[in-house]
Structures are given as structure tokens and as C-alpha cells.
Design a protein around this ligand. Structure first.
Ligand SMILES: C[S@@+](CC[C@H](N)C(=O)[O-])C[C@H]1O[C@@H](n2cnc3c(N)ncnc32)[C@H](O)[C@@H]1O
Length: 461
């Protein structure tokens, strides 16, 4: 009889790259060292549940970066920046689970995080990470919500994890209370919104088909022709998504396009079109579809427009790689120009929390300059009677109404058309909330919606 090797069988080790906590801590370490975030979980992480957990951990770490660093300093008893970045990442990972992911049993959060020290090459810090997290856990006991008493005394920018410059300028403009709400809304992400290709499938049928693949969807509370879901990973791999029956597009963009598209006719150019959300909306119009062209200065991103139009089986549009500051078109040839301008994107922080740490106050000047040239160039190619639709996903007035005021001053043949005079999309709940005092379109991040600004400008002469 041959002897079985080793007697008891060893537990099978999970493949490298498949542990969500270890991989989230690795990715966060790289982020703390100034690198970007991965666009997807590691390929070795094959289980859907693990992939979701990885994404959830990583975005929680990035979203609450400043608070987690502050708490690490307090519980470690020394400044976080004196710790090895992997140790700081692991401490943040443990604290993030205790504080923001209360469905995870504390003992599992602590045990797994401490175990991960070896995988991150900082096994020597095992005792220190363990001590810090136990200390933190002890201090949470007896508190109603998982919130440390230390947090109460922190300034808003630390407690809600935003850079000082952002919070300071919002406080000056909007006041304490509104800024507090804005910061909290920016830290809440309820999932994505879907545009349904209603030319090809009914809402109910799509909900059923997605449901069959485990993707639960809900009608959007603002406008029932949009759907929401939290299961983005599953959605993207589902058959209906791959067959182009739906597209991920924030509610703010869909409401805006639903509002303005009946007025966009003739020859329409989208000068910053990638990845093609707004262009796709126009291309999908069943009635009064304009002739469409889409430009973007980045050929790689322009390819995304082509892919999206193809996947969604939308009628093709003329696509060109071009700089929106120097368009290859003569004067006054377009009946509509969409300028969805590159911007600080402060309205999108809930989906892209890394923006909080990537943007600098100094960046605003560069965006404002670029937008102003793109807006002037859009004005140049717009025919009399035509429309410039200027859009940003910024909350900053310099990029929004101030930009538009400056344009109107130097382009007296243009005037602003108030959204109050354009019929809102049928079935939209409370359209008045989207209209500013000056008549522009403005959304602040809220229930299932991100920040967006738009002005509708008509050329007279
Ligand atoms: C806010 S995104 C556009 C989103 C798109 N309209 C949509 O709805 O999916 C801004 C786009 O502007 C492009 N961009 C930046 N600078 C540009 C320039 N000088 N000329 C043309 N496009 C530019 C970027 O590559 C990016 O794709």
C-alpha cells in the first residue's frame, strides 16, 4: 500500500490576488503613495461577492481617508505619516470596517486585517495593528452608532474627509448647514442609474431580465423612466447590458437631456463627447433625431463613444478627434452645440471619491480658462437661432454661472433661455427644484442623483 503524502490534507490556500481585504489594502497603499486607483478588482478575484466587497472596502477607504488617518494617529499614539504606508493602510482598513461597515462582525474585521499584515510584508507590525484596532474597538463599545467620541470634536473637513479648501469655499458661499449636508451627501453612494433603451425593450421586461441574472433594479424616485441598482459589477456582466439594452448614466444627465433634447434639432455637434452619454441620448431619440457629430480631443476616449453607440445599437454619428478650442468647422454651421466641458467635477465626488484628493484649488483656474475658450468656440460655430448647451458636473460658480455671465457679456448676440420656459420632461417629479434663480439647470448631490449644471444659450444674430 502506498503511503499518502503528508497524512492530514493541508487546507487549500486561496489563489494570490483573491482576498478582498488584502487586495484593498494593497490598492489603498498604492493610492496613499500617489498612484491611481485600479479600474477593476484583480482578475484572480473571481467571486462576485468578493469583487463587490473589494470595491466597497476601497471606496470606503478613499471616501473617508482623512478621518481614518486622523483616527489612526489618535489610536496609534503617533502621527500616521510616520507609519509605513502599508501599516497605515491596514489600520485604516480595520477602522473603516468597524466604523462604516457595521454588518461585518468586529471580530472578523479585526482578525482578518491583522492576518493581512504578513501578506503586505509588514508582519512585524502585527502586534501594533492588533493593539490599535483592539483599542479602537473597545472605545466603540457602549456607543449607540459605531462612532468614536473623538469624532465629535473634529472640524467638518476632517470628520467628513474633504480637503480644507473645498469645505472653506463651500462654507463661505453656502453656509455651515448646507456645507455639512453637501459633504455628507458626497459621502453617500447609493449605486448607479440606468438609461433604458426603450426603443428596444420595455422597462418592466428589462427589470425582469436583469432580475433573472440577479440584478435587482428599482424605478428612480425622481423620474420613473430611469432605473437604479447597487449591483454594478453583475449588471455590467449581464446579458441585457452586453446586448446594449441599457446604459449607465446619472439621473442628472438623463433629466437634463430629457429636458433639452426636444429643442436640439438640425445639425448638432457635441464637442466633448466621450464616453458618449449625452450624444447617445440624442442618438436614441425616436422623434426629431438631429444629425449628430461627436468630437473629443482624446482618440482613446473617442473610441469609447464608438463602442457605446455600437453596443447600444444606436444610429451612427460622425465622430472626430478634435480640440474643442479650435474646431475644424467654419463659422455658424451648427444648429446646436453641446459643450460638456472638462471641469473640477466636484458634483461627482460621491461616485469618484478620489476627486477629493486629486483636485487642487489651483486647478480651477486652468479649467475656467479652458471652458471659456471652448464656450467661445462653440459660439463661433453656432448658426443664428441655434443653441449652445453648456454643461459641467462642477458645483463651483466660476465654472458655471460666472462662466456663462462672462460669455454673455462678450457675446451679446447670445441670450440665456430659462429652463422655466422649456417644458420639463413628462413625469419628472418636482422640476422646479432644478431651476436656478437665473433660469439655469443646477442639481446638488442628493437622493440617487449627482451634481450637474447647465445653461441653455440661444444665438439671435
Ligand atoms: C465631462 S466629459 C464629457 C462627458 C460626455 N459628454 C458624456 O456625456 O458622456 C469631458 C470630456 O472632454 C474631453 N476634453 C477635454 N479637453 C478637451 C478639448 N480641449 N477638446 C475636446 N474635448 C476635450 C475629455 O476627453 C472628456 O471626454
Amino acid at each position: 500500500m502506498t503511503k499518502k503524502s503528508g497524512g492530514k490534507s493541508q487546507p487549500k490556500r486561496p489563489p494570490k490576488g483573491s482576498n478582498p481585504r488584502i487586495e484593498a489594502a494593497r490598492a489603498y497603499t498604492r493610492f496613499l503613495q500617489g498612484q491611481g486607483l485600479p479600474s477593476a478588482p484583480p482578475a484572480a478575484m473571481t467571486q462576485e461577492e468578493d469583487r463587490r466587497f473589494f470595491q466597497n472596502l476601497l471606496s470606503t477607504l478613499v471616501r473617508h481617508r482623512r478621518l481614518l488617518a486622523e483616527l489612526t494617529t489618535r489610536f496609534a499614539g503617533r502621527p500616521v505619516d510616520q507609519l509605513d504606508p502599508s501599516v497605515a493602510a491596514l489600520a485604516a482598513l480595520g477602522l473603516a470596517q468597524l466604523r462604516f461597515l457595521p454588518h461585518i462582525p468586529a471580530h472578523a474585521a479585526l482578525f482578518e486585517t491583522v492576518e493581512a499584515t504578513a501578506a503586505l510584508g509588514v508582519g512585524r507590525a502585527r502586534g501594533m495593528v492588533n493593539g490599535l484596532l483592539r483599542n479602537a474597538q473597545r472605545k466603540l463599545q457602549g456607543t449607540e452608532a459605531p462612532r468614536w467620541p473623538e469624532e465629535a470634536e473634529l472640524p467638518l473637513a476632517v470628520a467628513e474627509s474633504y480637503p480644507d479648501w473645498m469645505v472653506n469655499r463651500w462654507q463661505t458661499r453656502l453656509g455651515e448647514e448646507a456645507t455639512g449636508n453637501l459633504c455628507r451627501e458626497g459621502n453617500r453612494f447609493e449605486g448607479v442609474t440606468l438609461r433604458v433603451e426603450t426603443r428596444r425593450i420595455g422597462m418592466e421586461e428589462l427589470m425582469t431580465r436583469l432580475g433573472e441574472e440577479g440584478v435587482e433594479t428599482f424605478r428612480h424616485p425622481l423620474w420613473s423612466r430611469m432605473l437604479t441598482t447597487t449591483q454594478t459589477g453583475l449588471l455590467i456582466r449581464s446579458q441585457p447590458f452586453r446586448q446594449g439594452l441599457c446604459y449607465i448614466q446619472d439621473a442628472s444627465s438623463q433629466v437634463l437631456m430629457g429636458w433639452v433634447s426636444p429643442r436640439m434639432s438640425g445639425r448638432v455637434l457635441d464637442v466633448a463627447a466621450a464616453p458618449g452619454g449625452k450624444l447617445g441620448w440624442l442618438a436614441g431619440l425616436e422623434k426629431g433625431r438631429p444629425w449628430l457629430a461627436g468630437a473629443d480631443h482624446d482618440p482613446g476616449r473617442l473610441a469609447m463613444v464608438r463602442e457605446n453607440l455600437t453596443r447600444l445599437r444606436l444610429p451612427p454619428a460622425a465622430l472626430l478627434a478634435a480640440d474643442g478650442r479650435a474646431l475644424p468647422f467654419p463659422h455658424r454651421v451648427m444648429n446646436g452645440v453641446v459643450v460638456d466641458a472638462p471641469c473640477s467635477a466636484t458634483g461627482q465626488i460621491r461616485k469618484y471619491p478620489e476627486l477629493k484628493w486629486q483636485r487642487r484649488l489651483e486647478d480651477l483656474t486652468g479649467y475656467v480658462e479652458k471652458q471659456s475658450v471652448m464656450l467661445a468656440e462653440a459660439g463661433r460655430v453656432t448658426a443664428p437661432g441655434g443653441i449652445v448647451l453648456y454643461i459641467t458636473c462642477s458645483l463651483e460658480p466660476e465654472e458655471n454661472e460666472d462662466q456663462v455671465e462672462a460669455f454673455l457679456k462678450t457675446h451679446p448676440h447670445f441670450h440665456r433661455v430659462s429652463f422655466g420656459t422649456l417644458p420639463p420632461p413628462e413625469g419628472l417629479n418636482g422640476p422646479g427644484r432644478f431651476i436656478t434663480r437665473k433660469g439655469d439647470f443646477q442639481v446638488y448631490p442628493g437622493d440617487h442623483i449627482m451634481g450637474l449644471y447647465a445653461a441653455f444659450l440661444r444665438r439671435e444674430g
